[in-house]
Design a binder for this molecule. Structure first.
Ligand code: C2O
Ligand code: CU
Ligand code: CU
Length: 501
């Protein structure tokens, strides 16, 4: 509890009326509050987004990005950005097979975009850096959901500015439902099925978001924020609770587990359910990744979800101690079970049918080397299409981190399966559908994927490191998905004036 990061965490919380009162008194000696004095507040649950369904059956959501003010730390107000509120955004929810549309309004003072991370959809609706929405302008993407139940998310993707927009508070979940998901999994939103967006922030002495002192992985905060606030607890009223966890940080890795070693089960990764529940005591999550866990709590006994130091330093060479935040540990969320808990169904033994990922004999092979702010020795160029894929054909991508920095790898429009990691089968936590994967230095991942159904000769999809600062610095590329025989027709892209430094 006395690690440097923990002390900084407490100093962060001290920017409260208590600290202000002390500074007005000539005699009192300021001291950081003890753990008992850290008052926890109930975890805010992002509301489910309202929607309207028209005669054709299209479900339309409305999102408005705007500045606001949020009490991230109790007693302090911080200027933030949010969708339909001061920070984060409502949870969008729709079913596989449903036609959806989003009426997006940009009420920010700067251009932004909204990207549907993990969603299979046409490139023009993807909300990447080419779908910039000017201040005061609107954008209405519409598509039909065709993918299994999953916890996806949405966030800004403006060229070179993603880290800042995300850090200021723009992010939300998009839950996809389907008919095949087992009813026995906790599924009462906000009751036993809990969205949990984990982020890190730091504050200036006046309580503003501190955007200074970026590290090699971008801004690292000393205050952990869950669903928009620091120091949250979750009242639990049922024997089992499902947490849909998103690492919504720009650059921080988390190694999540319970303080008393409580076991839990992984039930879904980025793109949907795992084949069967996987028992675990720790799970690592890099920026942009999601994991769904189910934990059985004990009546009346609090369980503290923490982020622990990463045992192998996330594969980073030890000659760089205390960098990248991998040695930090933080309280994330206290679960407070009632004394009398409602009964929950037992976890099903089988969650879904997942075919074994297989290397198709007719695949297209591509490889991606990650280093510094580059992929294959190139930085992102809005006017360069890096390759064209043929729709509905198999591809195998070899992704290598040839750096001594942490990186991860995210692909738009699709969910991939990991064939192997350094030639070996992936661990159970990485055995399902993924759209983002952590790539430790020196390791080689082979991904099986395909881009189905949507083609576009003009609008590209992105692939990139999801450490937001790396992405902003150009660790990203773009590709078109074409019908067989089609020629690319990329438009000459207009570079926004605030483009790459
Ligand atoms: Cu989370 Cu390119 O996206
Ligand atoms: Cu994405
Ligand atoms: Cu990176």
């Amino acid at each position: 509890m006395s690690s440097p990061s923990r002390r900084r965490f407490l100093v962060g919380l001290a920017a409260s009326p208590v600290a202000l009162a002390l500074s007005c008194s000539a005699t009192a000696t300021p001291r950081p509050p003890s753990d008992d004095e850290v008052r926890r507040r109930p975890l805010p649950i992002p509301p489910l987004a309202d929607s309207t369904v028209d005669d054709e059956g299209t479900r339309t959501f409305r999102l408005r990005a705007a500045p606001g003010a949020t009490s991230i730390v109790a007693g302090t107000t911080t200027a933030t950005w949010g969708y339909n509120g001061s920070v984060l955004g409502p949870t969008l929810r729709a079913r596989d097979g449903e036609a959806v549309a989003v009426e997006f309004e940009n009420a920010l003072p700067v251009p932004s975009t909204v990207h549907w991370h993990g969603m299979h959809l046409p490139a023009r609706c993807d909300g990447g850096p080419h779908q910039t929405v000017a201040p005061g302008a609107r954008w209405r993407p519409a598509w039909t959901i065709r993918q299994p139940a999953a916890t996806l998310w949405y966030h800004p993707h403006p060229h070179g500015e993603t880290e800042k927009h995300l850090y200021r508070g723009l992010a939300g979940l998009f839950i996809v439902d389907d008919d095949a998901s087992p009813d026995a999994l906790p599924h009462d939103y906000g009751v036993d099925d809990i969205p949990l967006i984990i982020q890190d922030r730091k504050f200036t002495s006046t309580g503003a978001l501190d955007e200074s002192d970026a590290t090699d992985v971008g801004l690292l905060g000393d205050t952990i924020v869950t669903n928009g606030i620091a120091g949250a607890y979750l009242p639990v009223r049922s024997e089992r609770v499902r947490l849909r966890i998103l690492n919504g940080s720009g650059g921080r890795l988390y190694n999540l587990g319970f303080a008393d070693g409580l076991e839990f089960h992984l039930v879904a990764s980025d793109g949907g359910l795992l084949a069967e529940p996987v028992s675990a005591r720790r799970v690592q999550l890099s920026p942009g990744e999601r994991i769904e866990i189910v934990v059985a709590v004990n009546p009346g006994t609090p369980a503290l979800l923490r982020s622990f130091p990463i045992e192998d330093r996330a594969g980073l060479p030890s000659r760089k101690p205390h960098q990248f935040g991998v040695d930090d540990s933080f309280d994330v969320l206290e679960l407070r079970p009632h004394r009398a808990l409602a009964a929950s169904a037992a976890l099903p033994a089988i969650l879904t049918h997942l075919p074994e990922p297989a290397a198709s004999p007719t695949h297209t092979a591509r490889s991606f080397d990650l280093q510094w702010h580059m992929i294959n020795s190139q930085r992102m160029d809005m006017d360069r299409v890096d390759f064209c894929s043929t729709v509905d054909t198999d591809e195998i991508w070899t992704v290598r981190n040839v750096d001594d920095w942490p990186h991860n790898f995210h692909v738009h429009d699709t969910q991939f399966r990991i064939l192997d990691v350094d030639g070996k089968s992936p661990p159970a936590a990485l055995s399902g559908y993924k759209d983002t994967v952590y790539t430790p230095p020196g390791q080689r991942f082979r991904l099986a994927l395909r881009f189905s159904e949507y083609t576009d000769r003009t609008n590209p999809y992105m692939y990139h490191c999801h450490l937001a600062m790396h992405e902003d610095q150009g660790m990203m590329g773009q590709f078109l998905v074409l019908a067989p025989g089609d020629e690319p027709a990329p438009k000459q892209m207009e570079m926004p004036s605030h483009a790459m430094r």
